[in-house]
Design a protein. Structure first.
Length: 39
C-alpha cells in the first residue's frame, strides 16, 4: 500500500512539474510578445 502511494505521488509531482514548466514557458512567450522591445 505504502509503495503504491509513493509511486502515485511521484507521478503526480512529475505531472505538476511538467505543467508548471509549460505554464512558465507560455507566460514568458506572452511577455515577449507584449514587450517586443525588452531585451
Amino acid at each position: 500500500m505504502g509503495q503504491i502511494s509513493i509511486k502515485k505521488d511521484t507521478t503526480q509531482n512529475a505531472i505538476n512539474f511538467d505543467l508548471a514548466i509549460s505554464f512558465t514557458y507560455t507566460l514568458l512567450s506572452i511577455y515577449k510578445i507584449m514587450n517586443p522591445f525588452e531585451k
